[in-house]
Design a protein around this ligand. Structure first.
Ligand code: HSE
Length: 307
């Protein structure tokens, strides 16, 4: 009895939609889970040298949280322990939702082995509580472009695919940035002017993506709530944004808490031009990195092998 779940990288915020809007990307990691005696954790790929193999592993915690929530009386196959394999294909601590992917992958795998006792809604709530914010876990589970609004009792969400193809050029700087650190530079309150600036743009962003009016993205992705403050940790941000827009991007934003930059482009060719321009401008200030072109992942977490 074994199950492997494919789970996408995700980009959160999309500029104006701080802590609410996200999207699933065509760049995947894999989580395999099966019953075993005791706890066995294997990690291959990204982060294999530093991710803990113990109880403190975030995917192990996710499985254990799910097991604790099990309704009484369910005879579960994981009671003696489990073997968990994390095959990480996209980088960690770069604003690409690796922790959300590990947690969502583990929850979906465990739920499957247990006979699906939890609904999607319950899995989302568990994942969002573990993660502390819902903007990566919702697209990781559901795919597409998402809006996630946690309430006291549940995560209220919206999920859609834009009506036409779009490509996203990702510039991934070669340095780690913990989300916690990137949140520590944010102010605890903001002015009404800045709040209003973002509210209109976040609404415009959802409408523009849902209806395919991509020419609105330039303004819709602008932000005053987090990116200007995070610039203190990434001083090169304005010049990379400028390089992306000058090279023809539709809109550009910091991916989640950063340091990855995501530039939305009309097609593959444009995305390559934009990626090169961003990479050059980063290199010019002495920061290494690499780029990758992705599209939106419509599926979210899905089981790719069961045996
Ligand atoms: N939305 C959160 C932030 C997490 O910007 O801090 C993104 O991964």
């Amino acid at each position: 009895m074994t199950v492997t779940v494919q789970v996408p990288a995700t980009t959160a915020n999309l500029g104006s939609g701080f802590d609410a809007i996200g999207a699933a990307l065509s760049w995947h990691s894999f989580v395999t889970l099966e019953p075993a005696e005791g706890l066995v954790v294997e990690v291959v790929g990204e982060g294999a040298d530093k991710i803990p193999r113990s109880e403190s592993n975030i995917a192990v915690c996710a499985v254990k949280t799910l097991l604790k929530e099990l309704p009484e009386g369910i005879a579960e196959p994981l009671h003696s322990g489990f073997r968990l394999v994390l095959d990480n294909r996209f980088p960690l601590t770069r604003g690409l939702g690796s922790s959300a992917a590990a947690r969502v992958g583990a929850l979906v795998a465990a739920n499957h082995l247990l006979g699906e006792p939890f609904s999607v809604q319950q899995l989302l709530k568990l994942a969002a509580d573990l993660e502390g914010h819902a903007d990566n876990v919702v697209p990781a589970l559901l795919g597409g472009v998402t809006v996630a609004v946690p309430t006291e009792s549940e995560v209220v969400w919206l999920r859609f695919m834009p009506p036409s193809e779009i490509r996203i050029a990702l510039l991934v700087p070669e340095f780690a940035l913990e989300t916690e650190k990137a949140r520590s530079v944010l102010p605890s309150s903001v002015s009404r002017t800045d709040a209003v600036f973002n509210i209109g743009r976040a609404a415009l962003l959802v409408g523009a993506l849902a209806t395919g009016q991509f020419d609105r993205l330039k303004v819709a992705m602008q932000d005053k709530l987090h990116q200007p403050y995070r610039q203190s940790l990434m001083p090169w941000l304005p010049r990379v944004f400028e390089a992306a827009m000058d090279a023809g991007a539709l809109g550009v934003h910091l991916s989640g808490a950063g340091p990855t930059v995501a530039a939305w482009c009309v097609d593959e060719k444009s995305a390559e031009t934009v990626a090169q321009a961003m990479w050059q401008s980063l290199k010019a200030v002495g920061v290494n990195g690499f780029w990758r072109i992705v599209s939106l992942d419509p599926d979210g977490a899905k089981i790719v092998h069961r045996g």
